[in-house]
Design a protein around this ligand. Structure first.
Ligand code: NDP
Ligand code: 2IT
Length: 451
């Protein structure tokens, strides 16, 4: 590894030892940059690495709200405005008890390079709260979202910072957040994306991350003369990304056989039933034990019965694996099991779902690997299409948005693949995506001066 990168990573690990996920994300990106930095001393001269890994601004606030029993609750809220070299800050909000500054810094750093790869003039941001939506009533969710926006509204705007969804934040939460923003500012504007269709949401935004992931995987397989048709696929997660990944896999003739949530995994040999999955997760907001009730032929494996050190999903033999739940859900042991069972490609829907040693295992085994910041960029790209429609006061059809999404995913694939070739590492999409994403942000920073 280049000594400049080593110095920056070593300094980061001293300063942020308490933020392991952020350090992991920084190492994952920076360790790809050696060939670029060696041929371009200008980045070191301008201390680009030291600057790019630090958020431009971190906002943290208290969120007080009242639950259904009349008790006062208090949570932590954050918005990280990571990098605005390429455009307004853009990125989701995550509501999950595990949220802290380190988690959001990892997500914000990844988002910065992901958004760069879309080539749609969006900077990087991320936010959220340690609020746990599980088991909360609709009224409690609304009160929390309103309290969160009471602080957030002063920092965002359609040309400033445009939040969206992530884990625990979907159409319902974006609706409540939007209502409160409008109440506080009296502005009816595209300040959030993933909005319901009635007031500025874009068709195909709900589907975009999962569909885009499958489009990316198709591009990656096509370059090797292969296709998803007839492939058995394992998918983890049962939320927005997983549902529409499963739906699209069926549409392209693949067979998705698993889904999972934080309590267990469903394995259904004949293929996951998308209608039942949507009923359970989007309508009833229930656990996957309910899916098992509705589809008795499916097998349910509770977390307590998972093989040691791994998620049961990755023990199911497959051709292609799609991790779509959360970070570090594919351990080294899981990666080795996938490879041993004949998996020939991994395409990441979640952000940073593979541990660093799992990525090394994919590379050593020579299997195809679609890294998250490229493969799951369809969600944020379609958010930008929502911003464009809002700004122009126009509405595009589902097919128009879907066609644009397909082209964007093909373009991201081309950037990752051609950049890997440019640096003599053909097929190494992680290296290609990291260099391509980084180079655009870094070059924009250089031309904007020290400010
Ligand atoms: P959702 O909240 O809709 O779904 C998340 C799913 O993952 C749920 O099934 C959840 O189970 C499971 N999950 C979450 N955390 C854990 C955990 N710690 N352990 C086990 N299972 C867990 O979120 P999304 O589908 O939107 O997001 C999934 C991933 O995709 C995240 O990494 C997110 O950052 C990424 N992503 C999302 C995009 C989007 O547009 N929504 C865009 C790009 C990436 P349970 O309900 O039981 O908690
Ligand atoms: O990780 C992601 O790219 C998202 N959660 C989507 C962000 C967005 O602004 O649509």
């Amino acid at each position: 590894m280049n000594p400049y990168i080593q110095d920056v990573l070593s300094d980061l690990s001293k300063r942020y030892a308490h933020q392991p996920l952020f350090l992991q994300a920084a190492e994952e990106v920076l360790s790809s940059l050696t060939p670029l930095l060696e041929s371009n001393p200008v980045y070191k001269k301008n201390k680009i690495l030291e600057r790019i890994v630090e958020p431009e601004r971190t906002i943290s606030f208290r969120v007080d709200w009242v639950d259904d029993k009349g008790e006062i609750q208090s949570n932590h809220g954050f918005r990280i405005q990571y990098n605005s070299a390429l455009g307004p800050y853009k990125g989701g909000l995550r509501f999950h008890p595990s949220v802290n500054l380190g988690v959001l810094k990892f997500l914000g750093l990844e988002q910065t390079f992901k958004n760069s790869l879309t080539q749609l003039s969006i900077g990087g941001g991320k936010g959220g709260s340690d609020f746990d939506p599980k088991g909360k009533s609709d009224m409690e969710i609304m009160h929390f979202c309103q309290a969160f926006m009471n602080e957030l509204y002063r920092h965002i705007g359609p040309r400033v910072d445009v939040p969206a969804g992530d884990i625990g934040v979907g159409g319902r939460e974006i609706g409540y957040l939007y209502g409160q923003y409008k109440k506080l500012t009296a502005h009816y504007e595209g300040v959030l994306t993933g909005k319901p269709l009635l007031y500025g949401g874009s068709l195909a935004r709900t589907e975009a991350t999962g569909y885009g992931l499958v489009y990316f995987a198709q591009e990656m397989l096509a370059e090797k003369g292969r296709s998803l048709e007839g492939c058995t696929c394992t998918v983890s997660g049962a939320g927005n990304v997983a549902i529409y990944c499963v739906e699209k896999l069926h549409k392209v003739g693949a067979l998705p056989v698993t889904i999972s949530d934080s309590r267990g995994t469903i394995y259904q040999k004949e293929g996951i039933n998308v209608d039942v999955l949507k009923q359970v997760k989007e309508v009833e907001r229930a656990s996957l034990t309910r899916y098992k009730e509705l589809c008795p032929s499916a097998q349910y494996i509770p977390v307590s019965e998972y093989p040691e050190g791994m998620n049961a999903t990755w023990a199911v033999p497959c051709d292609v694996a799609f991790p779509c739940a959360t970070q570090n859900e594919v351990s080294l042991k899981a990666a080795q099991t996938l490879i041993k069972n004949g998996c020939f490609a991994v395409a990441e829907g979640a952000n940073m779902p593979s541990c660093l040693d799992a990525i090394h295992a994919y590379e050593d085994a020579g299997i195809l690997y679609a890294p998250s910041k490229a493969a799951n960029a369809g969600g944020v790209a379609t958010s930008q299409l929502e911003m464009a429609q809002n700004a122009g006061m126009v509405h595009w059809t589902f097919d128009e948005v879907d066609e644009k999404l397909k082209k964007i995913m093909a373009n991201i694939y081309d950037q990752a693949s051609s950049t890997a070739k440019e640096f003599n590492a053909p097929g190494k999409l992680l290296l290609g995506a990291n260099i391509a994403g980084f180079r655009q942000v870094a070059d924009a920073m250089l031309t904007q001066g020290i400010c």
